[in-house]
Write a protein that binds this ligand. Structure first.
Ligand SMILES: Nc1ncnc2c1ncn2[C@@H]1O[C@H](COP(=O)(O)OP(=O)(O)OP(=O)(O)O)[C@@H](O)[C@H]1O
Ligand SMILES: [Mg+2]
Length: 374
């Protein structure tokens, strides 16, 4: 979220409601003084309860105890001992991107284990650090972990909207995008740049008349995702993406065959490694035109660098699909001693949509592609 969107007020309302209903809640800020604004807000909100003797406020400790047994307390992440040994139903990290990753993983996360508690991480972005990774996980998971974003201008307060407008005119572009639009803008180390520029709009859900489509597929090993990318060949645009996991192979094959039929594809290129090969054989036997693609470290380097150029030169079009955009932006490359690159998603994250895209982009640009004309 952008600055002044209302993050602290929203988080404060959720945490006080949880504590008033008997939950134990920790509000965690980067440093002690960051807790001031919320503490003032909390004192005001509970003032009537305090008068009615339904809540006890301890200013020195910055804790509020409710008669139902709920507790609300403000802790600072630079003093990790203040949460060690505790257990909570809810922790809220305010300005999470400014809290260290180890405070989050080593000190804070274990406090949720006993009560199977929830965590809400709210922040203005700060480059592509651990908070960005959690944000991406929320986008690709969407069930156990969810992510949202909003610009400062979504605050209904006219003065804040005006300030956002002024910042757009006067602040430097990166500052404006990070602080007011709430974008993750750190461009250093990015493999794929100009990703946002390549977005043409919403995914299509059906073929358009007179156009020729092909598809590229990255088949998943157990926990990964199988991703099908459908291409408008002439426009060089990925127009549709289907992504799914944990299905049996007959179901997976039916699903690919259904995409083939629905889009009236002229060919489907499928990654052939281990698990892909039987899928290729079965779909081929059904009469579909299937082209195998073999991934090796050399072929992977080639297709990733081809895709890189596609973005760099503004040739490729992609749909507004947050999972793909997230995987593209978090994709990493490490140079080996031999000078070659090893590409992958950061640990614990996926790159299946990137691989499906790269395989298709490569085939679209390879010599020998048949151009269909009506
Ligand atoms: N739902 C709302 N409707 C109207 N005003 C709101 C709402 N939520 C918050 N505000 C007001 O918007 C301002 C910013 O709120 P808040 O401090 O929660 O934002 P923030 O996103 O935490 O800001 P910062 O980035 O500075 O930490 C405050 O004046 C607050 O009272
Ligand atoms: Mg705030």
């Amino acid at each position: 979220m952008g600055r002044r969107w209302g993050k602290t007020v929203l988080g404060g309302a959720i945490s006080l409601a949880t504590a008033a209903n008997g939950g134990s809640v920790a509000w965690i800020v980067p440093t002690y003084k960051n807790g001031r604004a919320l503490w003032r807000f909390a004192e005001n909100v509970v003032a009537p309860l305090r008068k009615a003797k339904l809540a006890t406020v301890n200013k020195a400790e910055r804790t509020i105890e409710f008669v139902g047994g709920g507790v609300f307390g403000i802790h600072s992440a630079d003093n990790e001992d203040s949460v060690r040994g505790e257990s909570f139903d809810l922790v809220i990290l305010d300005e999470a991107a400014r809290i260290s990753e180890t405070a989050w993983t080593d000190a804070i996360q274990p406090t949720l284990a006993d009560l199977d508690g929830d965590a809400i991480l709210i922040s203005t972005p700060r480059g592509r650090n651990w908070f960005w990774q959690e944000y991406q996980r929320g986008i690709s998971d969407g069930v156990y972990q969810k992510s949202w974003t909003a610009p400062s201008s979504a605050n209904p307060n006219k003065r804040i909207q005006n300030a956002a407008q002024r910042a757009k005119e006067h602040a430097n572009e990166l500052t404006y995008r990070q602080e007011w639009l709430g974008e993750f803008v750190d461009a250093e180390g990015l493999i794929f740049r100009r990703v946002q520029d390549a977005v043409f709009g919403e995914m299509l859900d059906a073929p358009e008349k007179g156009k020729q489509y092909s598809a590229s597929v990255d088949v998943a090993a157990s926990v990964d995702f199988t991703v099908v990318t459908v291409w408008d060949d002439a426009a060089k645009k990925a127009v549709y993406i289907d992504r799914f996991n944990r299905v049996d192979f007959p179901v997976l094959e039916d699903r690919l065959a259904a995409v083939y039929k629905r889009w009236n594809l002229h060919s489907m290129i499928i990654e052939s490694n281990s698990i892909g090969q039987p899928v290729i054989d079965h779909l081929g036997a059904r009469g579909l035109h299937i082209i195998p693609f073999t991934t090796t470290s050399a072929s992977k380097q080639k297709i990733i660098q081809g895709l890189q150029a596609g973005f760099e030169n503004g040739e490729i079009g992609i749909p507004d699909y947050p999972i793909l955009i997230g995987e593209l932006l978090s994709f990493e490359g490490k140079r080996n001693a031999s000078g070659t690159f090893a590409y992958s998603a950061p640990s614990g994250m996926h790159d299946d949509t990137v691989m499906s895209l790269a395989i298709g982009w490569d085939s679209l640009n390879s010599a020998g592609v048949i151009l269909w004309m009506d």
